[in-house]
Design a protein around this ligand. Structure first.
Ligand code: GDP
Ligand code: CA
Length: 321
């Protein structure tokens, strides 16, 4: 299984990818990154999930935080705040700013996001081919109460970062997805893949958004190769973040089994749950998805590599069956 395609969000995807690289050093890995979280701030185009993957695999990530740059300073942000220019709730550091300036400059010069991402990766050398899911604009919006008896849509980052997902979410909408086309290389990578992996990324606003791009599900199905996912939920709760909130918004219970059922046997061939969720195995298998329970906590790169090995083993089982 040399050619592996991974549908990734930010932290959960990036940490898993680092393990996959260790577990399968010979593999040719293409990452299809979520761009629904992208946001324009201070006139700059920010792509949080692509950058998290790029920085994590390129050795520039702030390890404890899981996003943003190591050794970061916030002088530009402080100066902007001194002018009263926000938003103050989104953390952009000085080093990180440089990435967004380069990206915005290239986009203004006419380069598509896929070409810009490739250029940024020439510096970071992530060791994978990092592709945005699309070059078109897709923006995840969340429908919340407007405080006056009605509802309003806010940008995903406003809901997630500013509001910390603390208000009820009624719907999650990847605005623009219906008109979006997969970025150059995406369908080709799927067509040539030996294996497709869903890392323990957010099933709704990371993997779900990627799957919302027309052609993506078909591309995965037509590849005719094992599709294996790993649960981002352990013991009924997300390991990090508030995935339970967006799962509730799309009517999915926050359990490892429910997430597998949400993806469905039409898409998924295999699913890994944590050993704490071993009771989910029979439930998931009853739905026609091969399931195993293994430790799924990415405490370090070795733990993530063990998870990747378990995913590769499950893929071999699927292929042999
Ligand atoms: P984001 O875009 O930065 O939010 O990152 P992703 O969508 O790629 O991943 C977020 C998901 O990763 C969350 O739902 C977490 O529950 C999950 N996650 C984070 N750390 C771990 C871990 O150690 N193990 C597992 N199984 N899931 C994790
Ligand atoms: Ca994200």
């Amino acid at each position: 299984m040399r050619r592996i395609v991974v549908l990734s969000g930010g932290i959960g995807g990036a940490r898993f990818l680092r393990g996959l690289q260790r577990a399968a050093p010979e593999a040719d890995i293409t990452v299809i990154g979520n761009t629904g979280d992208d946001i324009h701030l201070f006139g700059l185009k920010v792509c949080p999930d692509l950058d998290t993957v790029m920085y994590t695999l390129g050795g520039g990530i702030h390890e404890e935080q899981g996003w943003g740059r190591a050794d970061e300073t916030f002088t530009v942000k402080e100066e902007l705040a001194a002018y009263g220019v926000g938003p103050e709730w989104f953390g952009l550091g000085d080093r990180d700013f440089a990435t967004h300036i380069v990206r915005t400059q290239m986009i203004a010069a006419g380069y598509p996001l896929s070409a810009v991402t490739e250029a940024l990766c020439r510096r970071w050398q992530p060791g994978v081919r990092l592709l945005p899911m699309t070059d078109d604009r897709v923006e995840t919006h969340v429908l919340i109460d407007d405080g006056a008896g009605g509802r309003k849509a806010v940008h995903f980052q406003e809901y997630w970062v500013r509001l910390r997902a603390s208000v009820p979410a009624h719907a999650v909408v990847p605005v623009g997805a219906e008109q979006a086309r997969p970025a150059p290389g995406v369908l080709e990578a799927l067509a040539e893949a030996d294996l497709v992996l869903f890392p323990p990324s957010n099933p709704v606003v990371s993997v779900g958004t990627i799957l919302a791009v027309p052609g993506m599900r078909e591309g995965i199905a037509e590849a005719g190769v094992p599709v294996i996912g790993l649960s981002p939920l352990i013991g009924g709760a997300p390991v990090r973040g508030m995935a339970d909130k967006v799962l509730a918004a799309v009517g999915v219970e926050s359990t490892a089994a429910a997430v597998a059922q949400h993806y469905g046997s039409g898409l998924l061939d295999g699913w890994l749950v944590d050993t704490a969720d071993r009771d989910a195995v029979t439930v998931v298998e009853a739905d026609g998805i091969r399931c195993r329970a293994v430790p799924l906590l990415m405490t370090d790169v070795d733990a993530a590599a063990d998870m990747a090995r378990a995913a590769l083993d499950l893929a071999r089982e699927v292929r042999a069956a």
